[in-house]
Design a protein around this ligand. Structure first.
Ligand code: NAI
Ligand code: MG
Length: 503
């Protein structure tokens, strides 16, 4: 019997703090207050490690959305946030980060219960990542500004012309379930720094940390209406946010399918839109690598967060001379990545977010097998409760198979061989997506040559999925529009006004 079948996947007891958060009455956070929905509809909150309902959240109505947007609109229009000294916005944001830090353990546990990811991973990645988004962007509050630029066609001294940066206005921010708090903070931080006001909607599967964040928003001292947090379904509440005439900008992270729909729906009112969408990121392993060091790295590129990562390294291209050794080395990581309940301290991989997503991932694995793929690792799901999928490597695949072309969003990698650089560059780009790519080589020239050829928003060398709040992140092609993080991230929340005064 192998180790994966002997692991106990029983979920561990919840802490008192988590129980308190789960027993919260379903409500919406509008104008710094908890308010009841206009109707009784709620959405169950499930722990994916056991498949049990553990709480309920509001399924916001159109009226609820309108109320949140009205609060954000009023807070923007009277300047209660944008007119504050930048130092005060900066300090308020740092206070929010301080409060998150003080409650980091509770947030990590809530994320683990809600999403199914290991608490250890949430504590090491999600929560500190969320905090650094806020701290980095807080500094921009005092560092954005326009320019004084002399006109090209007018004599000097006849006009005075300059540009001003202004906050774009009311922002509807819609985030997915794979990194709930991190995605929420990645969205709110630049908007707050720019002086915008916000209606944030977390994913219906994972709203617990956003709701807990709301408590801290009031405590940190943000004026009422600046950051409103509502819960609800995408096709109703999310859709209402996107189409609302009083919303100036939509920022979305999620599926490419919904991203395209949102882009269309936002057009009628010409909202500013940033979209961070799906991927099918290639990972290229050159023949010169140290296989023993590389194999665990490329395994982590796909198995981290159970592959539910927009930049997951889901297409592996290993040079023919090292292919077998790389796949063997990845398969040796199976015990490390064996799925466990999210509160198990030994967990590195948890559960898949939902039964729906679990079945989708298993459906892809079955489709791959039907199409002729062979399983080099995993390929099945452990028995018992909870939405677990064993880490899976598929070989003997070809570029036409759905497992090679489509985003699976699970711990499934397709591994292919290649012979030369031009060939692998072509294969890497043979996709509608362009979010991330990984290159593993010790040869600096090869690294740069390949990095130049690959069409994606981020290229990693000898690592994968490293994101940093100072560095722009976003997609080429169908992986999105615009960039988040870094200076590009703050610019996405600013309008440029040009002032020309005849003297
Ligand atoms: P989704 O794109 O439907 O949901 C993401 C967010 O958008 C959620 O907050 C949802 O409530 C909202 N939403 C859904 N429909 C909307 C609409 N019509 N208008 C406004 N907001 C809307 O993703 P879903 O259904 O959770 O997952 C489906 C697939 O999408 C996954 O299997 C995965 O392949 C992919 N996905 C990709 C993500 C990424 O980061 N690239 C994140 C989550 C899912
Ligand atoms: Mg959906």
């Amino acid at each position: 019997m192998n180790e994966m079948t002997t692991i106990s996947r029983e979920q561990r007891p919840y802490s008192e703090a988590a129980k308190k958060a789960l027993s919260r009455k379903p409500a919406l956070f509008i104008n710094n207050e908890w308010v009841a929905s206009s109707h009784d509809a709620t959405i169950p909150v499930e722990d994916p490690s056991c498949g049990k309902e553990v709480s309920r959240i509001v399924d916001a109505s159109d009226k609820d959305v309108d109320r949140a947007v009205a609060a954000a609109r009023a807070a923007f229009d009277d300047g209660r946030w944008s007119n504050l000294p930048p130092m005060v916005r900066d300090r308020t944001m740092h206070r929010l980060a301080d409060l998150l830090e003080a409650h980091a353990d509770e947030f990590a546990e809530l994320e683990a219960i809600d999403n199914g990811k290991p608490k250890g991973m949430a504590g090491a990645v999600d929560i500190p990542g969320a905090i650094s988004q806020i701290r980095f962007m807080a500094g921009w509050a005092s560092k954005v500004g326009g320019e004084t630029t002399a006109p090209y066609t007018m004599p000097a001294g006849t006009v005075f012309s300059y540009t001003v940066k202004e906050p774009v206005g009311v922002c509807a921010q819609i985030v997915p379930w794979n990194f709930p708090l991190l995605m929420a903070c990645l969205k709110i931080a630049p908007a707050l720094a720019a002086g915008c006001t916000i209606v944030l909607k977390p994913a219906e599967q994972t709203s617990l940390t956003a709701l807990r964040l709301a408590d801290l928003v009031a405590e940190a001292g943000f004026p009422a209406g600046v950051l409103n947090i509502i819960t609800g379904n995408g096709h109703t509440a999310g859709d209402r946010m996107v189409k609302h005439p009083d919303v100036d900008k939509v920022a979305f992270t999620g599926s490419t399918e919904i991203g395209k729909l949102i882009n269309k729906n936002a057009t009628d009112t010409m909202k500013r839109v940033t979209l961070e969408l799906g991927g099918k990121s290639p990972v290229v392993v050159m023949p010169d690598v140290d296989v023993a060091a590389t194999a665990p790295g490329v395994a982590g590129a796909i198995f981290f967060n159970a592959g539910q990562v927009c930049v997951a390294g889901s297409r592996l291209y290993a040079h023919r001379s090292v292919f077998d050794k790389v796949v063997e080395g990845m398969a040796e990581t199976a015990p490390f990545w064996a799925p466990r309940a999210s509160l198990d301290p030994e967990a590195h991989m948890g559960a898949i977010i939902s039964k729906e997503q679990h079945d989708k991932v298993m459906g892809y694995i079955e489709a791959g097998k039907r199409d002729g793929a062979s399983v080099a690792m995993g390929g099945d799901a452990p028995s018992g409760n909870g939405y677990f999928v064993n880490p899976t490597i598929l070989v003997d695949v070809n570029p036409q198979m759905s497992v090679v072309r489509e985003e699976i969003f699970g711990p499934v990698v397709v591994a292919q061989r290649f012979d030369d650089l031009d060939e692998v560059a072509k294969s890497a780009n043979d996709t509608a997506f362009g979010l991330g790519a990984g290159i593993w080589t010790k040869d600096v020239a090869t690294m740069h040559k390949l990095a130049a050829k690959i069409k994606s928003g981020t290229v990693w060398g000898n690592c994968h999925a490293m994101i940093d709040t100072a560095l722009p992140f976003g997609g080429y092609k169908e992986s999105g529009i615009g960039r988040e993080q870094g200076k590009a991230g703050i610019d996405a929340y600013l309008e440029t006004k040009t002032v020309i005064i005849q003297l």
